[in-house]
Design a protein. Structure first.
Length: 45
């Protein structure tokens, strides 16, 4: 039974780590998109 609990715990830790990694990557891409938008606006006018 202990192995089942340990496996369940590891599964959720890995799941949250994956979700957190995707969240960080999305935030990074969002910042980059915003920087590119600002750069385009500066080049326009």
């Amino acid at each position: 039974m202990t192995y089942l609990i340990a496996a369940y715990f590891v599964f959720w830790v890995l799941t949250f780590a994956l979700v957190y990694g995707v969240y960080r990557q999305q935030k990074s891409l969002q910042r980059e998109i915003e920087m590119l938008r600002e750069e385009m606006e500066q080049r326009k006018g």
